[in-house]
Design a protein around this ligand. Sequence first.
Ligand code: GAR
Length: 193
Amino acid sequence: MYNIVVFASGNGSTLQSIIDAIKSKDLEAHIPLVVSNNPKAFALKRAKKAKIPTYVIKEKDADKIDAELAGVLSKIDINLIVLAGYLKLIGPKLLDKYTIINTHPALLPKYGGKGMYGMNVHRAVIEAKEEYSGVTVHYVTAEYDRGLTLMQTRVKVMPNDTAEDLAARVQAAEKIQLVELLKSFAQEHNSKK
Ligand code: GAR
């Protein structure tokens, strides 16, 4: 089985799209754990509803978080870590050991970096009067939104779009793109068995 650990800090609608794809057997994978740095994240409720174990990071120091998570994750069989709306940097212990990807709601390298997450991204895109926004899935490195791009989809910005309108369309495209990518990863892995 292809094991995907999901990290999420907020609403968790991206996590939900992975859960749904697994449930409908569109994606042949398993989520052994959902990790969050935010005890109030709705993502945790979604995980619990789907009977997926959760782990909440209480530590604030980056090195300690890295060591703590390395310990927790070492006990599980993991093929991939997906950052789905996770807002902390990933430390060297995890970067060395795991394949980690992030989904970002813009056409990187534009509108990435520290502070560029969620609605901040969509507001900035609207303000700059961009013709297109989109979604990027990329490998995770020690910097925000910097790793090699795996997949990108463009989403047209409509003339009267509010940031919320744009966010809704970008997030719809994001879920399709991410699940497609995870399907191709899982298929490749499962075909070797
Ligand atoms: C998603 O659009 C994700 O791309 C974005 O946060 C949203 C999380 O939504 N992530 C970033 O901006 C990371 N830089 P969700 O909590 O409903 O899944």
